[in-house]
Design a protein around this ligand. Structure first.
Ligand code: URA
Length: 233
């Protein structure tokens, strides 16, 4: 018997093909956070430079002491869509740019599936230096970097905040939350003095380990696409 494939399944297959992580990518990363790349106001740029400088002055930090480079951000500082990952891995540490390894290649595919890319989003991490052996940053490390992350969000002033994985979710939404409960919904997240529409979704590295969860990630991506349309971004 020939089984009929409905349009939903076809879409899902297309998405799986699209975010297939066995892709060849050019790991010559380009950092788009450059002075003249986007016409950012001097003020915003100055604030970002100042923030980067203050992070680089952090003292007695095991992350910084073991890292090769600070990994501050990538993408368009003018964007209204900001993504937060966990922390740099080996490739990111080498290049000084977030999400340039395999997880980054999958992230790019995921963004592309909803017409986003590094020219129209802004990306950073919870911690700006690579944790040794790619371990998860400790609670103390997360706490230490949190004021910088909040300042970063305040400077970018996004309309949509995308938290990739449980470290970003725990840092900004709360430690008691679980990603399976939190993903797939919009929350109005208070970041100090301001509120931003926030969605939690799976980290691309997790999706590489658990490809069956890609269908849930696709639901989240479609929600982001719809929100973008709704907010006229
Ligand atoms: N994983 C992250 O969370 N961030 C990166 O920059 C790279 C991998």
């Amino acid at each position: 018997m020939v089984k009929k494939i409905n349009s939903k399944t076809i879409k899902l297959i297309k998405f799986y093909n699209l975010i297939n992580y066995n892709l060849v990518y050019n790991n010559m990363a380009i950092n788009r956070y450059k002075k003249d790349a986007f016409e950012i106001s001097g003020d915003k740029l100055e604030k970002l430079e100042k923030l980067k400088k203050s992070i680089s002055k952090i003292k007695n930090c095991q992350l910084k002491d073991n890292a090769s480079n600070i990994v501050f951000s990538d993408g368009n500082p003018k964007s209204k869509i900001m993504l937060i990952g966990e922390g740099p891995g080996f490739n990111e540490d080498q290049e000084g740019i977030p999400f340039v390894g395999r997880a980054g290649a999958l992230l790019d595919k995921m963004l592309d599936s909803i017409d986003l890319n590094r020219k129209n989003v802004y990306i950073t991490n919870v911690v700006n230096y690579r944790p040794p052996d790619n371990r998860r940053p400790t609670d103390d490390e997360i706490k230490r970097y949190l004021p910088f992350l909040k300042k970063h969000i305040e400077i970018i002033n996004p309309k949509i905040l995308i938290l990739l994985g449980s470290t970003a979710m725990n840092a900004l939404v709360g430690n008691e939350k679980t990603i399976s409960k939190m993903r797939g919904q919009w929350i109005e997240q208070k970041i100090d003095e301001f509120k931003v529409s926030t969605i939690v979704t799976f980290h691309p590295a997790f999706l590489m380990r658990q490809p069956a969860q890609k269908k849930m990630a696709w639901i989240d991506l479609k929600m982001i696409r719809d929100k973008k349309t709704q907010l006229k971004i």
